[in-house]
Design a protein around this ligand. Sequence first.
Ligand code: NAD
Ligand code: GDD
Length: 332
Amino acid sequence: MDRQRPILVAGGGGFIGGHLVADLFRRGYQNVRSVDIKPIDQWYHVDKRAENTVADLSVLENCRGACEDVGIVYNLACDMGGMGFIENNKALCMLSVLINTHLLMAAHEARAQRYFYASSACVYNAEKQVNEDVVPLKESDAYPAMPEDGYGWEKLFSERMCRHYYEDFGLETRIARFHNVYGPHGTWQGGREKAPAAVCRKVIHAKATNNLEIEIWGDGKQTRSFTYIDDCLHGIHLITNSEFRDPLNLGSNELVTINGLVDIVEKIAGVQLKRTYNLDAPKGVNGRNSDNTLIQESLGWSPSVRLADGMAKTFAWIESEYLAAQKPMQVV
Ligand code: NAD
Ligand code: GDD
C-alpha cells in the first residue's frame, strides 16, 4: 500500500479511533487524518501529529472532504454505546448507516486502497445467545439474520454494503466484528458506557463514598467476553492488511459472568460490596462469546490480555478520571 497517501480515521475522537490514531503513528505512518463530529475538547485523545478535523460524516460532502486523496479509510464513527444506550436509541443507532454509506461512496470516488469497517458481535442471531453457557459464535452464525434490534441491523446492513462495494466496484473492504472492547480512554460515565467501565465506576464510587453497595443490571448470571484495546488494535492492523474480505470475529474468548466481572473489580479495588440486581435494566442477550477459529487460522490472531490484567489497567485509569472530576477547579 502507498504509505504517502493520507489515512483517514473516522471517529478518531472516540475510544477505539483515538487509540488507532496513536497506533498508526507507532507503526510508522505519518499522514493521519482524524475526523469526528464532537468538538475537539470532547475528544478522548487529540494527537497533535494528526490532522484533526470536526465534521459530521453522515453528510456525503463531508465524507468527500475527509476522503480526499485517501489511501486507507478506517471507519470507527458511529452513534453507539453499551446496552443502556443501544436499547433506548434504536433509530439513532440505525442512522449511523448514513456514515458508512457516505464514507463508502467517498472512499470509492477517491480510489482508496482499503476500507476497514468496525462491525459488532451484535450482528449475531439472537437465538444463538439465549443461554448463559453460550456456544461461542462463529462468523456464519450471523445468518439467518436476527441481530440486535436497531444497532445490530445497522451493522449487518453496513457489512453487506462493504461486501457489495467490493463485488460491484472493486473497493477492497475489510470487516471486524468487535466483541465488547474495553480499556483506558473509553466512555466510563454518561449513559453510553459498557459493563467493564460501568462496574469500575460503580465500585470506585461505592468505595469513595463509603456506601458499600452496587446495583448490577440483570441477574448477574449473563455472560460475555471482553476484549482489551491492545488486542483489538493488533487485530485491526492484521485484518486491514490481510487479503481476507469476509467478516472476522475480533474478540476475547475468555467467558465471564457479570457477577464474575464484579468479583474481578472488587478484588482490584480491595472491597466487597452488597449486590442488588435490577431486573428491569437493559440486559441484552443472556450469553455471548467469540469463536476465534477463523481469525486464528487465517491471520494467526488470538487474544493475549487476560481480563483481570486488562481490567486492572482500566480501573486505574477510571479511578484517576473519577478523582480528577471530584477535585474543585483551581483558581489561578
Ligand atoms: P466511541 O463512541 O468511543 O467512538 C465513536 C466515535 O464516532 C465518537 O467519538 C463519535 O463522536 C463519532 N461519531 C458519531 N457520529 C459521527 C458522525 N456523524 N460523524 C463523525 N463522527 C461521528 O465508540 P468506540 O467504542 O470507539 O467504537 C468504535 C466503533 O467500533 C463503532 O463503529 C462501534 O460501533 C464499533 N464497536 C465498538 C465496540 C466496543 O465495545 N467498543 C463493540 C462493537 C463495535
Ligand atoms: N452498561 C452496563 N452498565 N451494563 C451492565 C451494568 C451496568 O451498570 N450492570 C450490568 N450490566 C450488564 C448488562 O445488562 C448486559 O447484560 C451486560 O452487562 C453487558 O452490557 P454492555 O457491556 O453494556 O453491552 P453488551 O455486551 O450487551 O453489548 C456491547 O457489546 C457489543 C459488542 O460485543 C455493546 O457495547 C454493543 O454496542 C456492542 O456492539
